[in-house]
Design a protein around this ligand. Structure first.
Ligand SMILES: [Zn+2]
Ligand SMILES: [Zn+2]
Length: 245
């Protein structure tokens, strides 16, 4: 089974630990038995080029995307195969972010780094701010670019479709929903409107990477492979401490 985590924050997220460079994230994910990851920074995929280079060097698989904050302040994952698609989505988010400057002493630094952990730039926009994009527009843009649109951590009491919009209605255009590592599946599967689900660490610290994962019977992580797994309901999940390794 291929184990993956589509929701890991890098140092570029204001709330992400500065130790979470793409290089450190990939090495940690590999050491903890994952086969693929995606960095899901808030409203940006600017650390995706470093992720791509690190994965090339480490022979590790990844996808490219981000955790978009919609106008309603609901977090949604945008998942793409290529850097070009992720970069186009970053442009869409940046155009829709308020012109608010990050205050590093309050929110934390937002470094864009290279594959060797060198700092290339400090993002000036406050990335944790909501975009002006309605949820449905975000979904449309993601799909136009060929990506997957996933409702993030719907079991969480903040920044989720549940907390902001009352729950999943089923017509938002989501390809899947995500449950956090704290979710009680008996409760939350019933609230997912029949959508397939993934589980992710939403790690902001290296220590949390590999705490939970999604698994599927494919060998290559891609949007197409995920779509097939969603359709055929072949996804499973596991968490550290519960497996027999
Ligand atoms: Zn979130
Ligand atoms: Zn997150």
């Amino acid at each position: 089974m291929f184990r993956f985590d589509l929701h890991v924050h890098s140092c570029l997220s204001p709330c992400g630990d500065l130790e979470c460079s793409p290089a450190a994230v990939v090495r940690t994910a590999k050491a903890r038995g994952l086969n693929g990851i995606m960095l899901a920074d808030h409203n940006t995929a600017m650390n995706a080029p470093a992720l791509a280079e690190v994965c090339r060097r480490e022979t590790f698989q990844c996808l490219f995307g981000m955790e978009v904050t919609t106008m309603e302040e609901a977090h949604c994952l945008a998942v793409f195969d290529t850097l070009e698609q992720a970069s186009a989505m970053t442009e869409i988010c940046y155009a829709a972010l308020p012109k608010r400057v990050n205050q590093p002493e309050v929110f934390g630094d937002q470094p864009i780094v290279d594959a060797d952990e060198g700092i290339e730039d400090l993002e000036w926009r406050l990335l944790s701010a909501p975009t002006r994009l309605p949820l449905r527009t975000v979904g449309e843009k993601v799909h136009e670019l060929g990506g997957l649109f996933i409702a993030a951590h719907i079991d969480r009491p903040v920044f989720s479709v549940t907390s902001q919009l009352g729950g999943i209605a089923g017509d938002e255009g989501f390809d899947a929903v995500e449950f956090s590592r704290h979710a009680d599946l008996d409760e939350w599967e019933a609230k997912a409107c029949g959508l397939p689900f993934i589980r992710s660490s939403d790690a902001h610290y290296l220590a949390d990477i590999g705490s939970i994962w999604t698994e599927a019977p494919f060998e290559r992580l891609s949007v197409e492979a995920l779509k097939a797994a969603f359709r055929d309901r072949t996804l499973g999940w596991g968490r550290r401490g519960e497996s027999d390794e």
